[in-house]
Design a protein around this ligand. Structure first.
Ligand code: NAD
Length: 429
């Protein structure tokens, strides 16, 4: 059993290595991040107090191109977590065939306890700390948990100030006004909805008959919920840190999105204290249940879209979902994965299910390089083409019949593609 995210990632690699055509020496290299920078970040808060934060940037593997990966602000960030997330970015970029290596950043902080001004100062100090490591052709950060287009704007501005000219291409997930792309904010959730639809086609089942439970109603969870709702699925539960809203007849997803968008919490929504305009539908009888209960609901699809390590050996036997689509990174431990694989529960792995974000980040980066902007329809069509093609490749690998599950199929492809890049490039010096 491996619950540490980095050990979990290595165990996933080991599982796929049995089936992947990868040279042993190259495989050994792939188990180690290229480099990780740890930075100390003293920040004078708006209160006048000086607080010393700690942050990281890990560049995991750059054989396929410049490093790419988000920046996370969270109290539980660790070096091992950042390195695991950077590894997952490497496999994700390879699986969806983007010309990128994988990276990730993180700062240990509780954003809820910081003012907007504090967050700006922390972001600028972190950007200065990792500035020599990033760049449009070197390593391109993006948003992740608790970071957003505003965070990217501060990063872009800080980097540009040092360079002496505007460098929009140094980060993706920016506001539209400074080189962002239409469709980036919804991209990960849109990708999740597309792969869920493809999975149902593959299983020869109707998405319009399906019930869905989504853990986490942040950027990814809320956009996936709204798009799945538009596709005709019934979203029966969703959650935040305060708990889950559950209505077996379906939630009023639009009202919930309005409420949360206005800063509301799930526990307030279920208590009838809503901030949505118009009011929540009278047919929505959402009651408050725990996040743990949400995970074990008898639904057709479970979408973990919050944090890693939520489906474990401890709760996997209680899971009743017919399929799992991993919107979060690393939500299933290897021990739990083996149980699900044994029970033939299809699990669309994170490196495929949540790749919509990095795909549209790539499209933003390409538009910045071209100094040209594309309409939303072009971005969405390209996202659908790329994630659909990665889904087809994964299914094709799975249908050959030797790999036990979709995750192993996806990892096999990702490892083979990354290893192939290493073999062509050779071992320096
Ligand atoms: N934003 C992206 O483009 C993107 C891309 C790929 C993968 N992801 C992954 O998706 C996941 C969610 O990212 P996001 O950008 O939506 O973050 P977010 O901060 O916008 O939302 C996170 C949601 O999870 C909830 N949450 C946090 N901790 C929780 C806990 N302990 N139990 C239950 N709920 C909890 C929060 O209340 C919130 O509703 C992360 O694993 C992230 O790495 C995000």
């Amino acid at each position: 059993m491996a619950d540490d995210p980095f050990d979990n990632m290595l165990a996933q690699m080991d599982r796929a290595a049995e089936y992947a055509d990868v040279d042993e020496g190259v495989f050994e290299r792939l188990k180690h991040p290229e480099r990780t920078l740890k930075v100390t970040l003293p920040v004078e808060l708006e209160s006048g107090e000086v607080e010393v934060f700690e942050g990281y940037r890990c560049q995991y593997d750059g054989a396929r191109g410049p490093f790419k990966g988000g920046v996370r602000y969270h109290p539980t960030v660790t070096q091992e977590e950042v390195e695991a997330l950077a590894g997952w970015m490497t496999w994700k970029a390879a699986l969806v065939d983007l010309p990128y290596g994988g990276a990730k950043g993180g700062v240990i902080c509780e954003p809820k306890d910081l003012t907007e001004r504090d967050l700006e100062r922390l972001t600028r100090r972190y950007t200065e700390g990792i500035r020599r490591m990033i760049g449009p052709e070197i390593d391109v950060p993006a948003p992740d948990m608790n970071t957003n287009p505003q965070t990217m704007a501060w990063m872009m501005d800080t980097y540009s100030m040092y360079e002496g000219y505007s460098v929009p291409q140094v980060v993706t997930g920016k506001p539209l006004e400074i080189g962002g792309t239409p469709g980036r904010v919804e991209a990960t959730g849109r990708g999740v909805s597309i792969v869920t639809e493809r999975l149902f086609e593959y299983l020869d089942r109707e998405l319009t008959d399906a019930t869905v439970a989504i853990q986490g109603f942040g950027n990814v969870g809320s956009n996936a919920a709204q798009l799945l709702d538009e596709m005709g699925a019934t979203v029966v539960a969703t959650s935040d840190v305060t708990g889950a809203a559950y209505d077996p007849d379906g939630l009023d997803v639009a009202a919930l999105a309005d409420h949360v968008g206005a800063g509301g919490l799930i526990e307030e929504y279920t208590a009838g204290d809503t901030r949505s305009e118009p009011e929540r539908s009278p047919e929505d009888d959402a009651e408050l249940v725990t996040n743990e209960t949400l995970l074990t609901l008898d639904v057709d699809v479970l979408v973990p879209a919050a944090i890693e390590g939520v489906i474990t050996a401890d709760n996997v036997d209680d899971l009743r979902a017919g399929a799992i689509v991993e919107a979060a990174n690393g939500p299933t431990t290897v021990a739990a994965d083996e149980v699900l694989s044994g029970r033939d529960v299809p699990v669309v792995p994170d490196i495929l299910a949540n790749a919509g974000g990095v795909i549209v980040s790539y499209l933003e980066w390409v538009q910045n390089a071209q100094e040209f902007s594309w309409p939303l329809e072009t971005v969405n069509a390209e996202l659908e083409r790329r994630i659909g093609s990665a889904f087809d490749d994964t299914i094709e690998r799975y249908d050959v019949g030797d790999v036990p599950d979709l995750r192993t199929a996806a990892y096999t492809l990702a490892l083979e593609r990354t290893a192939s890049a290493h073999e062509y490039r050779g071992l320096f010096p």
